[in-house]
Design a protein around this ligand. Structure first.
Ligand code: ADP
Ligand code: ZN
Length: 292
């Protein structure tokens, strides 16, 4: 079987063709411009591929409520050209195949749960720390939506007493994304994040904020594993710092085997940055099964 996968991001669109085993047969990325320009390129890419279904993991917020009139829309995004854009409807109409749909980070969580390091677990979360911070939640064997979908990159955290940086989130002075995303590191320290590799203070503060977020997720969602991906997490030195800080903040309150082995509990993404696109393949597969 052949599945199309579309990882719709604010800066680029990654398209791929894969099979039911999650193997990626071909892949192409194009910049995200206006829907008029970008969608016709996406349709051209997929149209002759004889696909059984398509899966989309999208930037958002998105409408995932199947009973809603705007199901399948990108809704209130800061990318203004894409506000209230019916991405699922457009692709369904053009390709005439079932289309699965979820957030980009839920797709990544699904990729890790199906083919990666969360395989076999009934729950886990995937967190991207990149241009933004997003959290995909896989819970009791399926992706969590709720009222909208988790927007847990914006959880409020307490500021480090010595940090005077105002944060970059236009909505919240002290949310995780505003204080710990890639662009916030770059604005605070006035350098590209990868150029700060040898500055220990940068990564200690970064781990301090990421750990605060993680502790909130451990306490509210109780995931069996936490997978961290995204550009910032290429700084591998963050992992031990984050684990140490999580342990300090939890202060022995949660007692499970996982808490005694944080090295295998808080882990890097395992699919060579293909977790999102592989999750989209699984979204396509699930949609095909659900409609047939
Ligand atoms: P996106 O979130 O847009 O999908 P990424 O996950 O690659 O893309 O995140 C991009 C951000 O991650 C950049 O803004 C930059 O701050 C940061 N980043 C990218 N590469 C690195 C790196 N090697 N080390 C630290 N930070 C990085
Ligand atoms: Zn925020």
């Amino acid at each position: 079987m052949l599945f199309g996968a579309l990882e719709a991001g604010g800066t680029k669109m990654v398209m791929a063709i894969g099979n039911e085993h999650g193997e990626i047969l071909e892949q192409l990325a194009i910049p995200t411009e206006t829907p008029e320009i970008t969608m016709s390129k996406i349709i051209d890419y997929f149209i002759d591929k004889k696909l059984d279904a398509l899966g989309i993991g999208s930037f958002g917020p998105v409408d995932l409520d199947r009973s809603s009139k705007t199901y399948g829309y990108i809704t209130s995004t800061p990318k203004l050209a894409w506000v209230n854009y019916n991405i699922v409807g457009k692709l369904k109409e053009a390709l005439q195949i079932p289309v699965g749909f979820d957030t980009d980070v839920n797709a990544s969580a699904l990729g890790e749960a199906t083919w990666g390091i969360m395989k076999g677990l009934s729950s886990g979360i995937y967190i991207t720390i990149g241009t933004g911070i997003g959290v995909g939640v896989y819970m009791n064997g399926s992706l969590l939506h709720g009222m909208l979908h988790p927007e847990a990159g914006h959880v409020l955290i307490s500021r480090h007493p010595e940090d005077t940086f105002e944060g970059i989130c236009p909505y919240h002075p002290n949310c995780m994304e505003g204080l710990a995303s890639g662009p916030s590191i770059e604005k605070r320290w006035n350098k590209k994040a990868f150029e700060l590799k040898d500055n220990a203070k940068v990564w200690e503060l970064e781990a301090y904020y990421i750990a605060e977020g993680l502790v909130n997720f451990i306490l509210t969602l109780s995931p069996h594993k936490i997978v961290l991906g995204g550009g910032v997490m290429h700084q591998q030195q963050l992992f031990p710092l984050i684990r140490k800080e999580v342990k300090r903040l939890l202060n022995g309150y949660i007692q499970t085997p996982q808490m005694n082995d944080l090295d295998t509990y808080i882990v890097p993404a395992s699919l060579m940055d293909n977790q999102g696109i592989m999750g989209c393949i699984q979204l396509a597969k699930q949609e095909l099964i659900s409609v047939s």
